[in-house]
Design a binder for this molecule. Structure first.
Ligand code: MRU
Length: 341
């Protein structure tokens, strides 16, 4: 099934609970804005494009859950829910993009029935387009990969970070569909281990060869010549930087040092080219994520902790941006990257 979808029987949202992988594959339902927000905050649904779909479906859910008897009151309820959803995670721009896109589709609604219908149609369109755009992105990105390449990736930019197919892993899927033998090195991605728990799981499901390393091994493997290309996804791309999972910047510096191409694969919905790095809030997560591994304590409970979920990689470390519109090389110009949107 898709990572996230609308369940028309219960008029609610279904999603694969990514916190349980790889031990358990479980599909959960979110029937209220509270349960959806909990699912986003705790990373049951995660990854920028999947969050875009979650934001869109969240607005539709708010439309279905509102008990308001007038159009104006219903729109007020939906707007309140939209603000709550956007506040759950600040860095991935797709979340607010998905919410705002569906809110925009409600402007012409003349009654509550139309509000629900327009919201759901737009949210479904976001989900369908995500799959289509990832496949286009994958085709463009696959031209950069040669038969026999080993690609290192960080975090999970696969089908579980999107509605389906994936961005960074979508490029690898497309290259393999073209018959190229591509192998993957997956960094474990501390502290929440999206690489070891999710990337390895979804690649193994697809029988794509993958080797797991710790994040601190990336320098070693690149120095040894074991990596031909690095491909990562993105949570937000400003004019001057790529925001992605913490650790991405370090990999980009090592890649530059060893002349390994460093590619960023992301749909245009992840671009925020009107803004600069300094204007973006980086989500700080709970200290407990570093003090415990599961239920096991791994640090003194009183220790000071700094736990940013993302870092920013300056554009000068990026070899090319891969989008549904093509592959773009420096200088990265807004009009070029966003062409045909
Ligand atoms: O905190 P997460 O798991 O939501 O972070 C996800 C990432 O950093 C991904 O690399 C990014 O969203 C790209 S997903 C195609």
């Amino acid at each position: 099934m898709r990572t996230i979808d609308w369940n028309k029987n219960n008029n609610n949202i279904t999603m694969i609970d990514q916190t349980l992988l790889p031990a358990e594959y479980k599909v959960i339902e979110c029937s209220t804005i509270d349960t959806l927000c909990e699912a986003i905050k705790s990373l049951r649904v995660r990854g920028a494009p999947a969050l875009g779909a979650a934001g869109g479906f969240g607005v539709a859910l708010a439309a279905f859950r509102s008990n308001a008897s007038s159009l104006d009151r219903s729109i007020d309820d939906i707007q309140d829910a939209a603000n709550t959803i956007i506040a759950t995670r600040p860095t991935a721009v797709n979340l607010s993009w998905g919410v705002k896109r569906v809110l925009g589709a409600l402007e012409d609604a003349k009654n509550i029935k139309e509000v629900r219908m327009f919201a759901l149609d737009e949210a479904k369109a976001i989900a369908d387009e995500d799959v289509e755009k990832n496949m286009q992105l994958g085709e463009h990105g696959a031209t950069l990969l040669e038969d026999g390449d080993t690609v290192m990736t960080h975090c999970n930019a696969g089908r579980l970070a999107c509605v389906d197919w994936g961005t960074a892993l979508g490029v690898i899927r497309s290259a393999r569909a073209q018959g190229k033998d591509i192998k993957v090195i997956s960094c474990e991605t501390r502290p929440l281990n999206q690489g070891s728990r999710i990337t390895t799981w979804e690649l193994m499901e697809d029988k794509i060869p993958v080797t797991l390393i710790t994040d601190s091994m990336s320098g070693h493997v690149m120095r040894k010549g074991m990596v031909d290309k690095v491909i990562v996804g993105a949570d937000r791309i400003t004019q001057d930087a790529v925001f992605n999972k913490i650790g991405t910047y370090t990999h980009s510096v090592i890649a530059k040092e060893h002349q390994v191409p460093f590619y960023v694969a992301a749909p245009v919905s992840t671009f925020d080219f009107e803004r600069f790095e300094d204007e973006i809030e980086i989500e700080l997560r709970k200290p407990e994520e570093l003090k415990y591994f599961g239920n096991h304590q791994i640090a003194p409970l009183g220790v000071n902790v700094y736990n940013p979920a993302f870092d920013a990689t300056p554009m000068e470390n990026v070899t090319a941006l891969i989008t549904e519109n093509g592959v773009f090389y420096p200088p990265f110009l807004l009009n070029e990257v966003k062409v045909h949107t």
